[in-house]
Design a protein around this ligand. Structure first.
Ligand code: HEM
Length: 400
């Protein structure tokens, strides 16, 4: 018999496998209430989708993490229109599908450069050695951050997102890391103010909204958001992609034969194992849904990971099928906050998979030593031990 239904986004068991709990939430408690943690959760596809589109009722002003965004600088992801819409317009030009497509040769070059030394290594960590580096290199390139600083920025952003078991708070190391990130970009902005360049940071400094320049805090907020949103989620998506294709060798083999389907495979990875599993909202007025009344001022979690596996909205939702026709998954959100970096993340996913499957088509993963990241929003691996499946001359092992 199933035990009591508890959904705790801080639980390491949930981080290991949230899907059986999500299925029960959708069935038994579509408006779930957790009194200890003091939040509600929506788990059905249509409810999550509608809440995302109704920002007047489901406000972002409390931040998208259950614990709030603390002392972080002001970020559009934690604002409502009209301010969010105006500020978003400033950088949206850098992320249009056309501008992003222009980055493809650079992204490919970066991916190839990272993969090159890994071919000859007996074992490597896919996260430390590849997927943690590629998105940071891309966004840092766009912002104009020197290559030598990438590793440091990534460490800070990882530390900021880490949570100890059953403790919702940002760790002391995380608070220090957030301070380091803010200071780093404050100094970088100061340098750019004196010597403008063609990068995104300079564009932010020069941008005007209704005749006003962005405040120092707003510029820092953008840098902070791009580093956090653009780095962590894409790193985890790439890890989830190699993991899923390793677990489904017949689909990996088909992708090798049909590489033009890579973009579809990325889309299915996003749907099936979204690296952003949940977003928090603040309810601005009393809402009654499925017989449950959520009071004004309550925190609500929108469970993307559950919505994407809702069998009543998506056929064979519990099945990973890299070749499925496109479905309207919610992994990039929908509505006013729709992920600004969606085209970029899709490009990085496709190019990375193309390069990985080209260079090491028989890669192996040691799942017994894989470690999950512990966060309330992000799902994916912190460590994923991998071997290329190649011998030292770069040929494929006879046994594999
Ligand atoms: C697989 C990778 C990614 C996933 C799963 C993801 C997911 C999301 C989601 C779900 C939202 C909506 C948040 C909400 O409704 O509250 C969002 C917003 C956002 N994302 Fe992404 N994202 C990814 C990659 C990126 C990248 C590469 C960038 C930029 C470099 C980026 C920048 C942003 C920004 C700036 C927002 C806030 C937009 C706004 O509030 O108007 N994301 N992302």
């Amino acid at each position: 018999m199933a035990g009591p239904l508890v959904y705790d986004p801080y639980s390491y068991e949930i981080h290991e496998d949230p899907y059986p709990t999500y299925a029960r939430l959708r069935r038994e408690a579509p408006v779930y209430h957790n009194p200890e943690r003091n939040f509600y959760a929506l788990s059905r596809y249509h409810d999550v989708r509608e809440a995302m589109q109704d920002w007047q009722t489901f406000s972002s002003q409390g931040g998208v993490a259950l614990e709030g965004s603390g002392k972080a600088p002001p970020m559009i992801i934690a604002m409502d229109p009209p301010r969010q819409t105006k500020l978003r317009r400033i950088i949206s030009a850098a992320f249009t599908p056309r501008r992003v497509a222009e980055l493809e040769p650079r992204v490919r070059e970066l991916a190839q450069h990272l993969l090159q030394p890994l071919r000859r290594r007996e074992q490597f960590d896919f996260i430390d050695d590849f997927s943690g580096k590629l998105p940071m290199a891309v966004i840092a390139y766009m912002l104009g951050v020197p290559e030598d600083d990438h590793e440091m920025l990534r460490t800070w952003s990882d530390t900021l997102l880490h949570r100890e078991p059953n403790d919702p708070r940002v760790t002391p190391a995380g608070i220090e890391a957030a301070g380091n990130l803010v200071r780093y970009f404050a100094e970088a902005a100061e340098l750019r103010r004196r010597r403008p360049s063609t990068d995104l940071l300079s564009a932010l400094l020069e941008a005007e909204v209704e005749g006003e320049r962005l405040s120092r805090e707003e510029v820092l907020g953008f840098c902070f958001l791009l580093i956090i949103a653009g780095n962590e989620t894409t790193t985890k998506m790439l890890g989830n992609a190699v993991d899923l294709l390793y677990r489904h060798p017949e689909q990996r083999a088909r992708l090798l034969r049909e590489p033009h389907r890579m973009a579809d495979a990325v889309e299915e990875v996003l749907r099936f194992e979204p690296s952003t599993q949940a977003l928090a909202r603040l309810v601005t007025r009393e809402v009654t849904l499925h017989g449950v009344t959520i009071p004004a001022g309550a925190r609500v979690m929108l469970l993307i990971g559950s919505a994407n596996r809702d069998e009543t909205a998506i056929e064979r939702a519990g099945e990973f099928d890299a070749f499925r026709p496109p479905v309207a998954h919610l992994s990039f959100g929908i509505g006013t906050h729709f992920c600004l970096g969606a085209s970029l993340a899709r490009l990085e996913g496709r190019v990375a998979l193309e390069e990985i499957l080209h260079v090491m088509p028989e890669y192996q993963i040691d799942l017994s030593r894989a470690q999950r990241v512990h966060s309330t929003n992000v799902r994916g691996y912190a460590h994923l031990p991998m071997s290329s499946g190649l011998d030292h001359e770069g040929g494929i092992h006879a046994a594999s």
